[in-house]
Design a protein around this ligand. Sequence first.
Ligand code: SF4
Ligand code: SF4
Length: 317
Amino acid sequence: MSNENLGVIERKATIFNIQKYNMYDGDGVRTLVFFQGCPLRCKWCANPEGMIKKHRVMFKSNLCVNCGACVEACPVGIHTISNETLKHEVNRDIDCIGCGKCQEACPKSAISIVGEVKTISELLEIIEEDRTFYEVSGGGVTLGGGEVLMQPEAASSLLMACKQVGINTAIETCGYAKLESVLKVAEFTDLFLFDIKHIDSDKHFQLTGVRNEQILENLQELLRRKYNVKIRMPLLKGVNDEEKDIKKVMELLTPYKDYKNFKGIDLLPYHKMGVNKYNQLGIEYPIKDDPSLKNEDLDRIEGWIKQYDLPVKVIRH
Ligand code: SF4
Ligand code: SF4
């Protein structure tokens, strides 16, 4: 192995999950690697544990028997048993150092620690375990997050390592990064799953904490440079489902309609799968009402998109 390759596979990525046998995020059967840290704060985020690039304690109070083993184990005093209630409490004002001792000590698996540093070679080894599934199904690896473009060096190294051993690669991204970072990973990416969360920049800012000009510019640059891109549109009732906004997205995409590298649009209806994680992290869930769309709403939105003769599919989990 060359020194350059050795440097690449020893590079480190901070991740918070690896999920196998996924069928939604790219073609075929896929292994998802979730990179930690995200520049956006989407109110509906289903992976809140991946937002901050820090170790976090996830605590399932329903499993805890208040035995105090984690209190003994933690070197920085994050876990306590309250003198008043005799119940376990997590002090979130103290920074977790990610030693994992509380997780090991807990007899009820009530604790998991978010955030793990792994080398590219360690990740590649895990990804390669399912090579047979990828080969049979046309699948591969998808890097998501958090936001994978927050770690462009690690991401491009992992993607390159996968390509070198013949594994198909995709990334799922919000697109909010310098163009330079986007192009760095693009070289080794077979498919971008690229989010458009709102076409109106002011509303995008209200919903996610960032404006969308850079995102839309990066998207168009990828399409112009002939990288494969599939658009993903998370949809929430009363938030980003207005006809005029959907149509503006289609007007943006129409010039690329006949490009072979434009792979269509997936609609991702709001779901509540991440809600429990907010409790486990001690964070309030930011969405108060239920912005779920009914099937007839989704059919209507699909119809608007079809007027532009653009390929569209609703992804129902
Ligand atoms: S991982 Fe270590 S520092 Fe963090 S809460 Fe557990 S024992 Fe304490
Ligand atoms: S070790 Fe587990 S079961 Fe015991 S108090 Fe801590 S979280 Fe609860």
